[in-house]
Design a protein around this ligand. Structure first.
Ligand code: MG
Length: 255
């Protein structure tokens, strides 16, 4: 997904039309649009719903089972079963809150292929560097298989995962760091596309927004759910806002 490219293209279009105002933040649905009816966090439906309301992108989390199947889930456990130390035959029986079976990444990507929404894939921090490397290899193979390399970006809290992703993704594909413990210049040095930091971190370091932009880095803020926080992000010129309430943010941006 060439987020930066589309931003540049949109800006060029506006300038060409003689309109000059700062680019608005793009709306990213956090764990899909799971507040929608019949949806659940990280469900297939949450992805479909995020696409249907025209979110800029949909974020989701992935884990690797002991036997190498990548599944979509936020927590390290589902219904009390640890994903990383269990085999797929046990994990793939687990249901989400909306009755869906836990999606495999493959099922998720098969659905995404029929939609147009870009994806923000979060690699969760696994128990070992080896598990993360294996997960990344399998993730990238699946994304390639479904022709989604230009529509998928990556985020992670794991320093090892970040470095492995940076050196493994196709050229031009963005990887953003989530932990908030590196200043923009360090993220640039680490070859990140930008920072994807919590609202708490960004409220403490609003100067990082300009620093990032001066360095050619993007700024994504999570998880922004209150209207006053959404407004703060808009007023401070962040590039992407990740939220559990994408429709509310879209309404706010229309005003
Ligand atoms: Mg996530």
């Amino acid at each position: 997904m060439k987020l930066t490219k589309s931003l540049v293209a949109a800006t060029a279009l506006l300038l060409g039309a003689g309109i000059s105002y700062a680019a608005q933040p793009k709306v990213i649905a956090h764990r899909g649009y799971w507040e929608a009816p019949g949806s659940a966090q990280n469900s297939i439906r949450s992805l479909v719903k995020a696409d249907s309301i025209g979110c800029f992108a949909s974020e989701f989390d992935v884990w690797r089972t002991k036997d190498g199947i990548i599944v979509v889930n936020h927590d390290p456990t589902i219904n009390g079963v640890n994903i990383e130390s269990s085999t797929a035959d046990v994990i793939l029986q687990q249901k989400l809150a909306n009755g869906e079976t836990i999606p495999t990444l493959e099922e998720y990507l098969q659905t995404a292929q029929k939609l147009t929404i870009p994806l923000v894939l979060e690699l969760k921090s696994h128990n070992s560097n080896e598990n993360e490397r294996n997960a990344i290899r399998e993730i990238l193979a699946l994304v390639k298989k479904y022709g989604l390399e230009n529509r998928t970006e990556y985020i992670t809290f794991s320093k090892n995962g970040f470095n492995t992703l940076v050196s493994s993704v196709p050229q031009g594909v963005g990887v953003q760091y989530l932990s908030g413990d590196y200043i923009p210049a360090q993220v640039k040095q680490m070859k990140g596309k930008g920072i994807d930091y919590s609202l708490k971190v960004m409220r403490k370091h609003p100067e990082w927004i300009k620093e990032c932009h001066d360095l050619g880095l993007t700024v994504n803020v999570w998880t922004v759910n209150k209207p006053e926080d959404m407004q703060w992000c808009i007023d401070n010129g962040v590039d992407y806002i990740t939220t559990n309430f994408p429709e509310q943010l879209q309404q706010m941006l229309k005003k």
